[in-house]
Design a protein around this ligand. Structure first.
Ligand code: FAD
Ligand code: MG
Length: 367
C-alpha cells in the first residue's frame, strides 16, 4: 500500500495493527509532523507490509520521497525476515535446528548463527547465568506458549535442567567455514535474543539501500530508521502490558536510528491453581520466573541482540538485581515497569526522552 500526505493516518494504522499477541511497543506519530509544517510531511510517501512470521506479528513501514523506491525497501526487509527465520528458527528445518538435532556432533552453520550464539553466551556471563541459550530442554519440557498446561514434576525438571550449560557450546572456524557443536541432550534456544538482532540487521540494510525513514516492528521490538519528518525523534509508545489488545500507552519515548526491545511474560503463559506460568525460565531452578517486573524495555543504537537478551535476563534476575545491574552499567538505556504498574523506572540517560501518558504511573529516574 502506498500513501502520500496520509502519513498520520498510516502511522495510526501501525499502532492499531500492532501484534494481536500483544506487542508492548508500537510506533506512534505525534505532533512533530504538524509542527514541521504540512509541506514537509506531504513530501513523503509511505509503504507498509504486515504479516505473521517467527511466531509473531511483523510490521514494516518504509518512507521515501520517491514512490518508486518503496516496494524495493519493503522487499529488502521481508527478505531479511525470511533469511533469519530460515537460519535461526528451531520450529522448522534450519541450521540452528540441525545443531539441536545433531547434538553431540559438529554442524556447519552460517557465521551469523555462530556469532549470535557467542553473543548469547557473553550476555549469560554478564548476567551471571540469568540468560542461558542452552535453556532449550527446559523450555521444551514446559512448552509454554506451545500448548503446555501442566507443571512438570521435580524429577522431570531436574533431568532437563542438568543439560543446561552454555560452556558446552563449541564453535570452530576452519577454511572459511564455521561449525558449531553442543553436548548430547542439549538444545539451543535463541528466542530471547534473535529478534533484537534481526531488527538491527533490517534497519541497517534499509539504510544501506538508501531508505531514510522506516519503522520495523517485530512483535513489539521496534527499530526506527532515521528521524521523523520534522527532523526530530520518532515517538514510540510503550503499551500497558495488562490491557490485552487495547492500545493504551503508558509512556512515549523519543528515538532516532535506535531500537527498543521489550520483554514480558504476559503474552506466552498458562495459568494453573491461580498461578501464572510465563515463558521466561530461571536457569537456576528450571521453573518460570516469579514476576516482580511487569515489563522491561531497553533502547539502543545497534545493540538489539544484547539488549533483547538483557531484557529477558532482567525477568530472571528480578527487580532489585536488575536495578543494581543498571546502576553498575550506566551505558544501558532502560525502562522497568513494576509489577503493580505504578512505577516506571527509567535510566538517567533517558531523561527528557520519556513522557508518561498514564496518570496512574509514576516516572522515576534511577539514582
Ligand atoms: P523474550 O523475553 O525476548 O524471550 C523469551 C524466550 O527466550 C522464551 O520464549 C524462550 O524461548 C527463551 N528463554 C526463556 N528463558 C530464558 C533464559 N533464562 N535464557 C535465555 N532464553 C530464555 N514461535 C512460534 O510460536 N512459532 C514459530 O514458528 C516461531 N518461529 C521463530 C523463529 C525465529 C527465528 C525466532 C527468533 C523465534 C521464533 N518463535 C516462534 C518464537 C517466538 O517469536 C518467541 O515468542 C520469541 O522468540 C520470544 O521472544 P519475546 O520477545 O516474546 O520474549
Ligand atoms: Mg529477549
Amino acid at each position: 500500500m502506498l500513501w502520500k500526505s496520509r502519513i498520520a493516518a498510516a502511522l495510526c494504522c501501525l499502532a492499531a495493527l500492532s501484534s494481536p499477541l500483544g506487542a508492548a511497543w508500537a510506533a506512534q506519530e505525534q505532533d512533530q509532523a504538524a509542527a514541521a509544517g504540512a509541506g514537509s510531511r506531504a513530501e513523503w510517501y509511505v509503504g507498509e507490509d504486515h504479516f505473521w512470521k517467527m511466531g509473531t506479528y511483523i510490521e514494516i513501514k518504509a518512507f521515501s520521497k520517491n514512490p518508486d523506491e518503496i516496494a524495493g525497501f519493503i522487499r529488502t526487509a521481508e527478505a531479511l525476515v525470511e533469511k533469519y527465520d530460515d537460519m535461526l528458527s528451531v520450529h522448522k528445518k534450519s541450521p540452528l535446528k540441525a545443531v539441536n538435532d545433531n547434538a553431540g556432533g559438529w554442524v556447519e552453520v552460517p557465521e551469523e548463527a555462530a556469532m549470535l550464539a557467542e553473543k548469547s553466551v557473553e550476555v549469560g556471563a554478564l548476567t551471571e547465568g540469568a540468560f542461558d541459550p542452552t535453556i532449550g530442554p527446559v523450555v521444551n519440557l514446559w512448552k509454554i506458549g506451545f500448548g503446555g498446561d501442566r507443571v512438570p514434576s521435580d524429577e522431570e525438571i531436574a533431568a532437563q535442567l542438568a543439560k543446561v550449560d552454555s560452556s558446552k557450546i563449541e564453535i570452530k572456524r576452519e577454511n572459511g567455514a564455521v561449525f558449531m557443536k553442543i553436548a548430547e541432550g542439549q538444545q539451543l534456544d535463541l528466542g530471547g535474543i534473535a529478534k533484537g538482532y534481526i531488527g538491527d540487521r533490517i534497519a541497517e540494510a534499509l539504510k544501506a539501500a538508501g531508505c531514510e525513514k522506516a519503522i520495523i516492528n517485530l512483535g513489539g521490538n521496534v527499530n526506527v530508521v532515521g528521524s521523523s519528518y520534522s527532523g526530530g525523534a520518532w515517538k514510540v509508545g510503550v503499551r500497558r502490558p495488562d490491557h490485552g489488545e487495547e492500545m493504551t500507552w503508558l509512556a512515549v519515548v523519543d528515538m532516532q536510528d535506535e531500537s527498543v526491545v521489550t520483554s514480558g511474560s504476559y503474552e506466552r503463559y498458562f495459568e494453573k491453581d491461580g498461578r501464572r506460568y510465563g515463558h521466561i525460565i530461571s536457569p537456576a531452578t528450571g521453573r518460570p520466573v516469579e514476576l516482580d517486573i511487569a515489563s522491561v524495555s531497553l533502547v539502543s543504537a545497534g545493540k538489539g541482540a544484547e539488549t533483547d537478551a538483557l531484557g529477558t535476563a532482567f525477568f530472571v534476575m528480578g527487580w532489585d538485581a536488575s536495578v543494581e545491574f543498571l546502576r553498575r552499567h550506566r551505558e544501558y538505556k532502560a525502562l522497568l515497569l513494576s509489577k503493580d504498574m505504578k512505577r516506571l523506572l527509567a535510566t538517567e540517560n533517558l531523561r527528557g526522552k520519556v513522557v508518561v501518558s498514564d496518570p496512574e504511573i509514576k516516572l522515576e529516574f534511577l539514582r
